[in-house]
Design a binder for this molecule. Structure first.
Ligand SMILES: NC(=O)c1ccc[n+]([C@@H]2O[C@H](COP(=O)([O-])OP(=O)(O)OC[C@H]3O[C@@H](n4cnc5c(N)ncnc54)[C@H](OP(=O)(O)O)[C@@H]3O)[C@@H](O)[C@H]2O)c1
Length: 341
């Protein structure tokens, strides 16, 4: 059953997760949002495995330089580069991909890790509610624009990997009840009148559910056997700066700090869940799946329900439409590389 079960959650939190030791000397890996938190610790793990090339992103040039220095302090790696990427802007995503192509980089794996957690309604420069764009739309845009590069490096022995960092909180996302009557699901989710404080208090969970749906939709459109193994990862509840913008009330801050002290994984432990699907064999068994503790686990009941699957199908079509307007390469990539369903 795909539900949030407290006893299961507590059990998973205490699990010791595997440390990757695979040879990745012929692999090039891209980690998005690598300056702090899980993305940083995952980058350190990957750097310690001496990949052919490690490309990391942070939101600006200063953070990029600092990230390289911080990773190099923990792992001796020369083959590391950092480039700026701001997910609050479609243009930044397109520019990142342009620069990637101009520089002739390659990737065997993309870890789409960057994300935010906020309950405040604000809009990006593109007019989308910020969590919706950063966690979902721009992550989807980057994933699709990088798909040809992942396809290029795939071999019959080893599929390339696309890892989208989701969360067990996707189980707690509100159902999109009434979506069958909304002309556009994305427009509705973006509408300030719809985004009341109660809707926004669940927005992060929803964004993580949209990622799980995206992984299912994208994976089902790739050829079989897949040249790119696509997975959604749950890192578990971990120490990080993720809740920085929700901790405005001192009592809430204290509450979160207490729960974290009792239950949270270290950032390093959580980061192992990001590294595992990048480097370990068995990628085909993880394709299209939501992974928890490095193993496939059932998605939420809503995601796999008839209603959820219909929402997911419509969201895919709407997402491709929005992203194609942001960057015309999206439609070409979909037409060329993905099957219609
Ligand atoms: N920590 C947990 O318990 C937990 C549990 C489940 C899932 N996750 C997921 O794990 C991922 C990493 O989170 P974390 O816990 O490591 O949080 P974090 O410490 O706050 O790191 C988040 C990363 O995302 C970047 N980011 C935020 N907004 C961005 C934007 N607009 N454009 C580009 N990059 C942006 C941050 O850059 P800046 O430092 O510049 O803001 C940072 O590099 C997220 O997707 C989160 O949803 C975390």
């Amino acid at each position: 059953m795909g539900k949030f079960v407290v006893s299961e959650f507590l059990c998973e939190q205490r699990k010791e997760l595997p440390v990757a030791s695979t040879d990745i000397s012929d692999k090039s890996i891209l980690v998005v949002g690598a300056n702090v938190g899980l993305g940083f610790e995952a980058s350190v793990h990957l750097a310690q495995l001496r990949p052919k090339h490690l490309l990391v992103t942070a939101r600006d040039a200063t953070k990029c330089q600092q990230t390289i220095a911080d990773v190099q302090q923990r792992a001796s790696i020369d083959t590391i580069d950092a480039r700026p990427l701001e997910l609050g802007s479609f243009e930044s995503v397109s520019q990142f991909v342009n620069q990637f192509e101009e520089e002739g980089f390659q990737i065997n794996a993309l870890v789409a890790n960057a994300g935010i957690q906020t309950t405040r309604y604000s809009k990006t420069v593109d007019g989308w509610e910020t969590t919706l764009q950063v966690n979902y739309l721009s992550t989807a845009l980057l994933s699709i624009l990088m798909l040809p590069h992942l396809l290029e490096t795939s071999t019959p022995q080893s599929a390339s990997r696309l890892i989208i960092v989701s969360s067990e909180l996707h189980y707690l996302a509100n159902k999109l009840s009434g979506a069958d009557r909304w002309p556009s699901i994305l427009e509705k989710l973006n509408d300030p009148d719809y985004c009341t404080s109660s809707v926004m208090s669940n927005r992060y969970n929803l964004s993580k559910m949209l990622e799980v749906m995206f992984v299912r939709e994208l994976s089902s459109r790739l050829p079989e056997p897949t040249p790119v193994a696509v997975s959604a990862v749950n890192p578990g509840f971990c120490h990080s700066r993720l809740s920085r913008s929700t901790e405005t009330n001192p009592f809430k801050t204290l509450g979160v700090a207490t729960v974290k002290a009792l239950l949270a994984r270290t950032t390093e432990m959580g980061s192992r869940t990001l590294v595992h699907p990048v480097v370990e064999p068995g990628e085909l068994s993880r394709h299209g799946r939501y992974l928890s503790c490095c193993e496939p686990k059932e998605e939420s009941d809503y995601v796999i329900s008839t209603e959820g699957r219909e929402v997911s199908r419509r969201l895919w079509l709407e997402t491709i439409d929005v992203l194609s307007k942001a960057d015309p390469r999206v439609q070409r990539i979909v037409d060329e590389h993905l099957r219609s369903r």
